[in-house]
Design a protein around this ligand. Structure first.
Ligand code: NAX
Length: 328
């Protein structure tokens, strides 16, 4: 039997947590032969802790053979102790009358505290995925608050946007979603993101040539992917949860177990590639192997793409400037 992997999940009693934990415990994220220990964090509020206890009772009732242990806590230092993987899902939602700036600052406090706690107690190679919004900037803040951990181990979730874009393309072209490769979503997890299918292939042939519809790309595809989150809220009365959990599982599985040469989108600290300033937490095309990702390099960037990549970059730079005073 393999040594268990410790997986910390914050916001464990929330919507996404409820869709995520059971799949992790059943082996869908790290493999069907990989035991896991779940270390779950929730707010110290009685209601949140009670809900977490309920989730843990249900996890017990599943009798998952791979679930080698569980911890439920309101202390980040307990949740992150020796964690090999940390899924930072819990975040402060936007309240009535709250400005985007206030949301940013409220979340900055959370991610500074959690970054520091990871820095103190997590495995020195902990792989961190931030899901809680604003995901890119929260990931940036956590990374900056954990100077003793490798910056490259802090990532933000763009995979839901990537998966949404895949499905839109499959339906437009009338092809199977699993046959599409080489898709990219550049930038911020926000409506400014740029889903880019210029290099996408279906069974090795160009998908762009097959669709051949620039008007659809600019006026339907890009806005549909960008506003998909809002469309789900409109339809369901609640934000995406199962699809977000699914994307988190895809992200971590591919990161740790490898993408087998396939391109996937991850929000990662830029190394300066494609003119994106170093350190900005930006969606890039990557391939993954042995727990490491590498940016897909040397793709040509045309004027249309550069404009969109700059727009989503400008938003990230603005968010970064808005929290700079807190990071010292
Ligand atoms: P919920 O409000 O259902 O759950 C969040 C949970 O986090 C709550 O149980 C809350 O008590 C807990 N929490 C809040 N602050 C915490 C803290 N400091 N420490 C520990 N726990 C804390 O939200 P849910 O639908 O699960 O969404 C979670 C986050 O994911 C939100 O920020 C949401 O905006 C974000 N999303 C990000 C997506 C992405 O693609 N990156 C897509 C889905 C989702 O919208």
């Amino acid at each position: 039997m393999k040594k268990p992997i410790r997986v910390a999940v914050t916001g464990a009693a929330g919507q996404i947590g409820y869709s995520l934990l059971f799949r992790i415990a059943s082996g869908e994220m790290l493999g069907k032969d990989q035991p896991v220990i779940l270390q779950m964090l929730e707010l110290p509020l009685e209601k949140a802790q009670a809900a977490l206890r309920g989730v843990m009772m249900e996890l017990e009732d599943c009798a998952f053979p791979l679930l080698a242990g569980m911890v439920g806590t309101d202390d980040p230092r307990v949740a992150f102790k020796d964690a090999d993987v940390a899924l930072l899902v819990g975040a402060k939602p936007r309240g009535p009358g709250m400005e985007r700036k206030d949301l940013l600052l409220e979340n900055a406090k959370i991610f500074i505290e959690q970054g520091r706690a990871l820095n103190e107690v997590a495995s020195r190679d902990v792989k961190v995925l931030v899901v809680g919004n604003p995901a890119n900037t929260n990931a940036y803040i956590a990374m900056k608050s954990a100077p003793d951990l490798p910056a490259k181990n802090f990532t933000a979730m763009l995979r839901l946007d990537h998966n949404r874009a895949l499905s839109q393309l499959a339906s437009k072209a009338g092809v199977a979603v699993g046959d599409i490769e080489k898709l990219i979503v550049w930038g911020n997890h926000s409506p400014t993101m740029y889903p880019d299918y210029r290099f996408a292939t279906v069974n090795g042939e160009s998908l762009k040539d097959r669709i051949n519809d620039a008007e659809w790309n600019a006026n339907v595809f890009i806005p549909t992917v960008g506003k998909r989150g809002a469309a789900i809220i409109e339809a369901r009365g609640l934000s995406s949860a199962a699809s977000a959990a699914n994307a988190a599982i895809d992200h971590v599985r591919d990161w740790l177990l490898g993408s087998n040469g396939k391109w996937v989108t991850m929000g990662i600290p830029s190394d300066g590639s494609y003119g994106i300033p170093e350190g900005v937490m930006y969606g890039f095309p990557v391939t993954t192997q042995n727990g490491e990702y590498s940016i897909v390099r040397d793709l040509p960037i045309d004027d249309f793409s550069r404009e969109r990549m700059n727009k989503t970059l400008a938003e990230l730079e603005e968010e970064r400037a808005g929290v700079a005073h807190l990071l010292g």
